[in-house]
Design a protein around this ligand. Structure first.
Ligand code: TRP
Length: 328
């Protein structure tokens, strides 16, 4: 077990899907065996854009926790917590705001992009501009070495390192330089062939019932050129094949790809193999979801004790920070 720390967060902005499972959660589960891991539900981050209506926040927070546990995060191995229960993140965010040039925040690519894309909310807020700085505080407060994230988060890691360096220059070495651990996984496509994303409404959710998963795969897009059963198809053009590459054995991938090209297998049979393999991954998750959903007090305990443990680590860093800044 390495002494080095891993930290990552996930926003409770909706239900989690297969893309989150393969792209993030499974990686988190592997890392908990090797490092001291801190994983949290970034509820304050969700507020940076979803501030006007917070009525779903509790439900989403619970759903993210249940999915993390069902996917195999173990509260005995990793510290699993809720950001808003560790107020030290906010104190560090405030202190870092003193040394952060506005221009650094304004040039983070996600800032302008998201402001332009999102038209149903006003993102001209102080909190939204400060999103990457709050993330910086999340990472630095655990003096984390590694941050497992997707490529979209690389600019946030960049600014984290810059701010950590600036702090160390002013006040002395407190923070190590954190590194992104990029999740080396192909994008998971959704039922329509685009990237799986809740904005496209093409997701297979971890909370879907077996019937819903089966139905979604049965009606999933395939090679649009293959209309009749006797038509030869191109597996590369079929999102079903893309999912086979993630969830099926090499043998099954070859069998279905070859069968598609030669029209020796129909789309329904090809999908049945995929359904069987996705069920194999989801069945233990469904079972654990059921268990945790039936034990809500267990969920409360896990989040409370994880947050207390995180708070201890965070308050140790804050002591160093206050001392180095001549506050206390
Ligand atoms: N911004 C991250 C995302 O949207 C979530 C997040 C918040 C995070 N704080 C973090 C990820 C700290 C890693 C480390 O995916």
């Amino acid at each position: 077990m390495s002494e080095q720390r891993v930290l990552s967060g996930i926003q409770p902005s909706g239900r989690l899907h297969l893309g989150n499972l393969v792209g993030a959660l499974q990686n988190w589960v592997r890392l908990q065996e090797q490092y001291e891991c801190y994983y949290f539900i970034a509820d304050w981050h969700a507020l940076t854009s979803q501030y006007a209506d917070t009525s779903n926040l509790k439900e989403y927070t619970r759903d993210v926790l249940v999915n993390c546990l069902a996917a195999g995060l173990d509260p005995e191995k990793a510290t699993i917590f809720q950001q808003s229960r560790v107020p030290e993140h906010a104190e560090l965010h405030l202190l870092l705001s003193m040394i952060t040039p506005l221009s650094w925040l304004e040039r983070v690519p996600t800032y302008k992009e998201k402001q332009e894309q999102v038209t149903d909310k006003d993102l001209g807020t102080y909190g939204f501009l400060g999103y990457p700085l709050l993330q910086t505080a999340d990472i630095l407060i655990y003096r984390a070495h590694y941050v497992p994230v997707g490529v979209d988060q690389v600019p946030h890691l960049e600014i984290t390192r810059e701010i950590g360096r600036r702090f160390n220059n002013f006040y002395g070495e407190v923070f190590p330089e954190p590194e992104a651990l990029l999740t080396e996984f192909p994008k998971v496509v959704g039922t329509d062939g685009r990237k799986m994303s809740k904005t496209y409404n093409n997701c297979i959710y971890l909370s879907d019932s077996p019937q819903e998963v089966e139905q979604k795969i049965r009606t999933m897009m395939t090679d649009p050129q293959r209309i009749k059963r006797t038509d030869r198809g191109d597996p590369e053009k079929s999102p079903v094949h893309h999912l086979h590459r993630i969830f099926s054995s090499t043998q099954e991938q070859e069998h279905t790809a070859q069968g598609c090209r030669s029209a020796s297998i129909g789309c329904i049979d090809c999908k049945k193999i995929l359904i069987k393999n996705i069920f194999k991954v989801l069945e233990p998750i469904w079972e654990k979801r059921r268990y945790f959903l039936e034990n809500p007090s267990l969920l409360d305990d896990i989040l409370a004790s994880g947050s207390a443990r995180a708070g201890k680590a965070a308050s140790e860093t804050m002591k160093l920070v206050r001392k180095s800044m001549n506050l206390q």
